[in-house]
Design a protein around this ligand. Structure first.
Ligand SMILES: Cc1cc2nc3c(=O)[nH]c(=O)nc-3n(C[C@H](O)[C@H](O)[C@H](O)COP(=O)(O)OP(=O)(O)OC[C@H]3O[C@@H](n4cnc5c(N)ncnc54)[C@H](O)[C@@H]3O)c2cc1C
Length: 458
């Protein structure tokens, strides 16, 4: 037995980690179970990192409500967690009169959802805010509250907060079998059996399989791959807003956006795939992205592409969140969090905690909790730039492209949620994420990672 808990959350993506943090505010014994060796290593590691207000989600839907709420909470709570936000605003650009009408409707809905500063602007304002985009834009929705965030540190900050406030994190534990047992469940993993009063399925692309373990079959997964190009930091001066096309009900389109780390990101594509593990970047994907760049921001082609990657949306056969409480079965499903889960995470967490505490298991709110913060990885916010330079370990640069010091790597490796792989260390610090992609520093960083890992386990 791994132990007896009130709540077992299966899946440590941004959604599961946010729920774990939320439940850590209650007198509940909660465990967060993850199949992989690191949190945030599923869908949550490959997205556009735009903090959406919910403007491009179906108006009146649960998704719209939770993303709006998630946005509001993220803006209020992220600074205390050390998570950077840059509220650069977004322009959803119409290139003809049909699109102009859609933009006007979107704007009215967004205002009705509570974002009163969202306006429709004409060409003069578009080119004032985004002078380098191609000619021909006729109107745009200007949403000043949309912004860019750190997609890797967000689940980490949530999980660290949760663990600090009493949640147990168990990694390398794919749930392989779920057995109903009295008033709860036994979840079988290679690292033991977890006994839990209720199960919250936050399995991302694995959500339908986890449902099946519990005997439920409300949806089927329809994964959608989205590929991206990351342009070098030299391109950053070309764009200082999130540039979006007019969305369709199924696809938000290829956007162009600065990243919080100082690059320009282009993507995602949208391709239905059969294999939820098909994380390939393809030539046709790259061609589609380059065509969009040529059409919308041609000067970007004068800059180097630093990296490509893809994400896979955990869609289902219906374009909506699949949040299904089953109080009698003591099982709560949080699936189908396709395209907005980073923005919606704190809204989803609040909603789910309300269901758990209100309808499923009860639980008193704790009188207080410990505030935890992570180091900001935003461009221009490295510790050696803001006061820690006196520490010799923060004077020794390991990764010159991103400016990561030995001190930052040591601190990441000393965390209660220390990275167990080089990829996880990249996400915690941005080491090897820069222009050379680890060509120059990779061997040295790997040796350091192995040494610090060995020191930790002795
Ligand atoms: C291309 C793309 C662009 C996007 N852009 C944005 C954006 O700009 N803004 C935004 O807000 N959102 C965006 N999103 C959406 C966002 O990334 C997702 O909604 C979010 O990451 C989903 O998180 P999750 O926790 O549900 O899933 P995941 O992150 O996949 O977490 C699920 C976890 O469950 C684990 N798991 C699965 N099966 C088991 C099992 N049997 N036992 C134990 N653990 C298991 C997995 O290993 C995984 O870690 C985008 C998504 C994509 C793909």
């Amino acid at each position: 037995m791994s132990g007896r808990y009130d709540v077992a959350i299966v899946g440590a993506g941004v959604v599961g980690c946010a729920i774990a943090r939320e439940l850590s505010r209650y007198e509940l014994r909660t465990i967060l179970i993850e199949a992989r060796s690191d949190l945030g290593d599923g869908v949550s590691k490959g997205n556009s990192a735009v903090l959406s207000t919910g403007a491009d989600t179906p108006f009146g839907s649960l998704e719209c409500k939770l993303v709006s709420r998630g946005h509001q909470r993220y803006v209020a709570e992220a600074p205390a967690m050390g998570l950077p936000i840059k509220a650069i605003g977004s322009l959803t650009v119409a290139w003809n009169n049909d699109e102009r009408r859609i933009v006007e409707q979107l704007q009215a809905e967004t205002v009705a959802a509570g974002f009163h500063d969202v306006v429709v602007v004409g060409a003069d304002e578009i080119y004032r805010r985004a002078p380098h985009i191609a000619p021909g834009a006729v109107a745009a929705m200007w949403d000043p509250e949309e912004g860019i965030v750190d997609p890797f540190s967000t689940p980490y900050a949530y999980a660290l907060d949760a663990v600090t406030n009493g949640v147990t994190f168990q990694d390398r534990s794919p749930v392989e079998k779920a057995e109903r047992n009295g008033a709860g469940w036994h979840l079988h993993t290679p690292r033991g059996v977890v006994e839990a009063g209720i199960v919250i399925n936050c399995g991302g692309l694995g959500a339908a399989k986890i449902e099946a373990l519990g005997g439920f079959s409300d949806f089927v997964m329809k994964p959608r791959r989205g590929q991206f190009l990351v342009f070098d930091k030299s391109a950053r001066t070309l764009l200082d807003v999130v540039l979006k096309p007019v969305p369709t009900p199924l696809y938000r389109g290829i956007l162009m956006t600065p990243t919080i780390f100082g690059n320009i990101l282009v993507g995602p594509t949208s391709e239905e795939i059969d294999d939820p593990d098909d994380w390939r970047v393809t030539q046709s994907g790259i061609d589609a992205l380059l065509a969009a760049v040529r059409r919308l921001l041609p000067q970007l082609l004068d800059h180097e592409i630093t990296a490509t990657y893809c994400g896979i949306r955990p869609g289902t056969e219906r374009p909506e969140y699949r949040i299904i409480p089953r109080p009698d079965e003591r099982w709560l499903t949080v699936g189908g969090i396709r395209s907005t889960g980073l923005s919606g995470s704190l809204g989803i967490a609040e909603h789910v905690a309300g269901l758990v505490v209100g309808e499923m298991i009860g639980g008193r709110r704790k009188p207080s909790h410990t505030v935890v913060s992570v180091p900001s990885l935003a461009a221009g916010e490295r510790p050696w730039l803001n006061g820690k330079a006196a520490d010799p370990e923060h004077c020794e640069i390991m990764c010159h492209c991103e400016g990561i010091t030995l001190g930052e790597i040591r601190e990441a490796m000393a965390s209660p949620l220390a990275p167990r792989s080089l990829k996880a260390l990249k996400r915690r610090t941005r080491v090897m994420f820069g222009r050379c992609q680890g060509f120059f520093c990779g061997a040295r960083v790997q040796a350091l990672f192995e040494r610090l890992s060995a020191e930790r386990s002795t």
